[in-house]
Design a protein around this ligand. Structure first.
Ligand SMILES: [Zn+2]
Ligand SMILES: [Zn+2]
Length: 283
């Protein structure tokens, strides 16, 4: 069975609408992974608003069961949720899963985003049935998918996911908000093991190498670092993801060129591309 991966939001940190970002997108992270009739939604940045509109476009359609897997609860990965139209449709059952937090529970973070001080509609007033739970590193079955989760290098609790159809097929891995430069040798080996057998890897590629020095500890990687990991793990294709707000379309194309030069320097075989909002990729 094949997988399709649609990019609804590709931008990191904050939405960047405007003429200079139309090619690769200005919405914050949201990715829909589908196999047959099953879909998992990764992250709930502002891109999830447009996905939600498509999911409820047919007034007469049957209620849906939807799962949203959060990499973490930084604002750019949850800020679209209050605007996700399926939450307001009676009969829908929506499950939000995210990493166990060191501080407040994930449920309180999600509900806090709909507190009266910041949003007019409380979570308790939603017409759908909403469940929010924690997901731990390890193997899981979610709908028609096998999902593996692992801890990433990022401030706060953050998970990366590897997703494949339960019945077998290509594996798509999603490692966003991951600082490869801060990973020790053991964690690096774990990343490589986790990615072995993946067809496509979407990885945090927020910076040029030259930008890294001033951003140590911020929780992100350069495109060239993502290339190094993808080559080491032997994935077929790398998708540069979580674009920096300061990088317009032309800058992102220069970032892709830097990634390509890095691949040539390493000498391996790898297809490198950039996540572009609205586009669908087949694995
Ligand atoms: Zn982020
Ligand atoms: Zn983050």
């Amino acid at each position: 069975m094949t997988l399709s991966v649609r990019w609804w939001g590709t931008r990191g940190s904050i939405p960047t609408p405007g003429a200079e970002t139309v090619r690769y997108g200005g919405n914050t992270p949201c990715v829909a992974v589908s196999a047959g009739t099953d879909t998992i939604i990764l992250d709930a940045g502002t891109g999830i608003r447009v996905l939600g509109r498509e999911l409820v476009s047919d007034e007469g359609e049957a209620p849906r069961r939807l799962t949203v897997l959060l990499s973490h609860t930084h604002w750019d990965h949850i800020q679209g949720l209050p605007f996700f139209a399926p939450l307001y449709r009676a009969g829908n059952h929506i499950t939000i899963l995210g990493p166990r937090q060191p501080g407040p529970s994930i449920e309180s973070v999600i509900h806090g985003q709909m507190a009266p001080a910041v949003f007019p509609v409380p979570a308790a007033a939603l017409a759908s049935r909403l469940e929010v739970s924690e997901i731990d590193p390890g193997e899981h079955e979610i709908g028609g998918f096998s999902v593996r989760a692992m801890t990433l290098c990022h401030p706060g609790a953050t998970l990366g996911y590897a997703i494949a159809p339960k019945s077998g097929g290509p594996r798509f891995s999603y490692l966003t908000d991951n600082e490869l430069g801060a990973a020790g040798p053991d964690q690096r080996r774990q990343f490589v093991r986790f990615l072995q057998g993946s067809d496509t890897l979407a990885h945090d590629a927020m910076y040029f190498d030259a930008e890294l020095a001033g951003r140590v500890g911020w929780g992100h990687s350069s495109a060239a670092e993502a290339v190094g990991l993808a080559l080491e793990a032997g994935v077929r294709r790398l998708v540069l993801f979580h674009h920096a707000p300061s990088h317009d379309d032309a800058t992102l194309e220069r970032l892709l060129e830097e990634a390509e030069r890095s691949r040539v320097r390493h000498g391996g075989s790898l297809d490198v591309t950039i996540a572009a909002e609205g586009h669908t990729l087949r694995c």
